[in-house]
Design a protein around this ligand. Structure first.
Ligand SMILES: Nc1ncnc2c1ncn2[C@@H]1O[C@H](COP(=O)(O)OP(=O)(O)OP(=O)(O)O)[C@@H](O)[C@H]1O
Ligand SMILES: [Mg+2]
Length: 322
């Protein structure tokens, strides 16, 4: 992955939470790279470490959590070495995030238009009038109906789908190189979800933004991602372009995930339960963390953590079967 067009390279990221109950080994040497202009998916069951990956990249891991080791290279520059002040600047300009819950990003006390205009004023030094016009224009691009009117509303006056659009507008005002989307469509109904997915895809193509799309829903991955990493209990088990992962999944966990999708129309459906449960990450299983749920496990699987192996160009699997 050491090619020139890798925008973000996450290398051997290890993040832990030091709780009274013990050390939560949330990320165990996570590595992946996001190429300029692509939509990269991160998929896995609840608790596997998707959001911790996002917060580790953004320097937002809160106590008792800590990034223990690894590198997060943005254009070759390690974000883990930055000061809080430098990271604040990067979060306002080069990387933005949209969350599942827009209420966590929108301030209930300010009008939508002002909140979208704010980065233009403070990061780009635009005059208020110009900034407010820019805000209306970007709100319009997100497909918000009557953007000039809606800009005068407070967040609670908008529907969930509209708030999500406003949050996307906020995330795009700084024209980030990387947009991280942490399950932003989970609470929305399927029609709105599809609109938001199309919107992000359109904006991504227009602005050339790279996107890290986080979800537990393989249907969403199929709709919008170019490449995908499958995560299990704090580790990435398989990575490839989306078509390859769907057509010839190699890791037993990926195979189970795909089998858990309802057959007829997978798009938009959530994953069904697959047998067994995700292990707690205090004292996680030894060796391959998936071995207790794996039908193919042998003795080596509980003894040694498998290393990632390239099974075909761009397709890597971390499993002792390979
Ligand atoms: N503040 C915290 N203190 C202790 N453990 C934490 C904390 N935050 C996250 N964890 C643990 O880290 C692991 C990964 O959590 P994370 O939130 O990244 O999962 P996720 O894949 O985003 O799940 P979901 O799909 O439910 O959002 C979990 O085992 C979780 O319990
Ligand atoms: Mg999460």
């Amino acid at each position: 992955m050491e090619t020139a067009n890798v925008l973000l390279a996450v290398e051997n990221l290890k993040t832990q939470f030091f709780t009274y109950g013990g050390v939560v080994e949330a990320l165990d040497e996570v590595s992946f790279g996001i190429i300029e202009g692509e939509v990269f998916g991160l998929v896995g069951e609840s608790g596997c470490g998707k959001s911790v990956t996002a917060s580790s990249i953004l320097g937002l891991v809160q106590k008792p959590g800590k990034v223990i080791s690894g590198r997060v290279l943005l254009d070759g520059d390690d974000l883990l070495q930055k000061t809080e002040k430098e990271m604040n600047a990067i979060r306002g300009s080069r990387i933005s995030i949209i969350f599942q819950d827009p209420t966590s990003s929108l301030n209930p006390l300010f009008k939508i238009g002002y909140q979208v205009a704010e980065p233009y004023i403070y990061h780009q030094g635009k005059a208020k009038k110009a900034a407010s016009n820019e805000a209306v224009s970007i709100l319009k691009q997100t497909g918000l109906p009557d953007p000039r009117d809606k800009a005068k509303n407070y967040p609670h006056e908008l529907s969930g789908g509209m708030r999500q659009r406003a949050m996307i507008a906020m995330a795009l005002t700084c024209e980030p190189d990387l947009l991280i989307a942490d399950e932003p469509t989970t609470n929305l109904d399927v029609t709105i979800e599809r609109q938001i997915l199309n919107l992000v895809k359109d904006l991504q193509e227009e602005f050339g933004t790279s996107v890290l799309w986080i979800t537990h829903d393989l249907g969403v991955i199929a709709q919008i991602c170019d490449r995908v990493a499958v995560m299990y209990a704090g580790s990435i088990v398989e990575q490839a372009d989306v078509r390859t992962v769907f057509r010839s999944p190699k890791h037993p966990y990926t195979q189970k995930l795909l089998r858990a999708i309802p057959a007829a129309d997978s798009a938009g459906e959530n994953l069904e339960e697959i047998p067994g449960s995700v292990p707690r990450l205090i004292n996680p299983p030894s060796g391959c963390r998936f071995h207790p749920r794996c039908d193919h496990a042998t003795s080596v699987c509980s003894e040694k953590k498998p290393i990632e192996l390239e099974v075909s160009p761009g397709h890597t699997v971390a499993c002792h079967l390979f």
